[in-house]
Write a protein of this length. Structure first.
Length: 75
């Protein structure tokens, strides 16, 4: 039971890191260079999927914020 809780915790943390990396990419234009990390095609595909998950979550959060009355845009 304890191992399952730990697994969910690590998965949640990894998702948060991926979402932060997506935010950095969206706001600054800088993204993680996967080619510098690995040359293994399977690992590249996994890294691209992992980063894609963060971009999807970031997009959902951004869409929710834009349509919410609780947030205003500061110029």
């Amino acid at each position: 039971m304890m191992a399952l809780g730990r697994l969910f915790h690590y998965a949640f943390d990894a998702t948060l890191v991926s979402t932060v990396l997506a935010g950095v990419k969206k706001t600054s234009g800088f993204s993680l260079d996967i080619d510098q990390i690995t040359t293994n095609p399977t690992a590249k595909s996994a890294a691209e999927s992992y980063l894609g998950l963060g971009e999807s979550i970031y997009g959902m959060i951004q869409g929710t914020v834009v349509n919410s009355g609780y947030f205003t845009k500061k110029e």
